[in-house]
Design a protein around this ligand. Structure first.
Ligand code: CA2
Length: 142
């Protein structure tokens, strides 16, 4: 069964619990529920969140053999992590980068993304709808 890896990075476990003016009031559980609802028949989702860079990298390595695509919000690692970029470069399927907020409307340090050097698509500023669009895109490119 084709499986999408939905990866969320640091602090995104707080979604819906803090800073609703930036990130909205929906939780990560809501994200997973909406993404599952968007899956075509016969597809599966593996939804994972970690505050640890190495854990995210291990899941990206696992995705090499198990995932039909990766939908990833790397959180602040977006702007810092060559290691996550390297891991994604070793993955062959589609990669969609998601940001809940419009990072380009925010501080300049959020304007650069290492992950965008690999991502096949980048969605920013659509709130949690961006994740659903990312999942739909992976399904339609297969
Ligand atoms: O807009 C996004 O999705 C970000 O990836 C979120 C990251 C931020 O560092 C990026 O620049 C843009 C931060 C995630 C923190 O998430 C929280 C959610 C609720 C409350 C506190 C933090």
């Amino acid at each position: 069964m084709p499986t999408i890896y939905l990866l969320n990075g640091p602090n995104l476990n707080l979604l819906g619990k803090r800073q609703p003016e930036i990130y909205g009031s929906e939780t990560l559980e809501d994200v997973e529920r909406l993404c599952r609802a968007a899956l075509p028949e016969g597809w599966d989702l593996r939804a994972l969140q970690s505050n640890w860079e190495g854990q995210l990298i291990d899941w990206i390595h696992e995705a090499r053999d198990h995932a039909a695509g990766i939908v990833i919000n790397p959180g602040a690692f977006t702007h810092t992590s060559v290691a996550i970029l390297d891991a994604l470069n070793a993955y062959e399927g589609p990669v969609i980068e998601i940001h809940i907020s419009n990072v380009h409307k925010r501080e300049s340090f959020r304007h650069h993304s290492y992950v965008s050097l690999r991502a096949d698509g980048v969605i920013a500023g659509l709130g949690i709808e961006g994740y659903v669009a990312g999942v739909r895109r992976v399904c339609s490119t297969r």
